[in-house]
Design a protein around this ligand. Structure first.
Ligand code: FES
Length: 81
């Protein structure tokens, strides 16, 4: 697995809670998107672990092409096909 799987072609909106720790799936293989479920084991990918700085609703990247992971930056619009 050289490239991440495209888990979705649009972001998913989630409600983050300030101070809570999250692990965003960077490989696209998780069945619990956008969160890591351990499916990356044996690949070069690792989850992006972060603590929410504030309680708010955010768009999480599902295409795994964002240049500002773990958040959507609109790069899913460049997916062809
Ligand atoms: S399952 Fe994708 S990074 Fe863990």
């Amino acid at each position: 697995m050289d490239k991440a799987y495209i888990a979705g072609r649009t972001p998913v909106r989630v409600d983050l809670v300030k101070g809570q720790k999250y692990a965003w799936c960077s490989c696209g293989a998780s069945e619990n998107q956008p969160w890591c479920d351990g499916s990356h084991k044996g690949t070069k990918f690792t989850p992006t672990v972060f603590v929410a700085e504030e309680t708010k609703s955010v768009g999480m990247c599902m295409c795994k092409l964002s240049e500002k992971p773990q958040f959507c930056d609109g790069n899913h619009k460049r997916i062809k096909g």
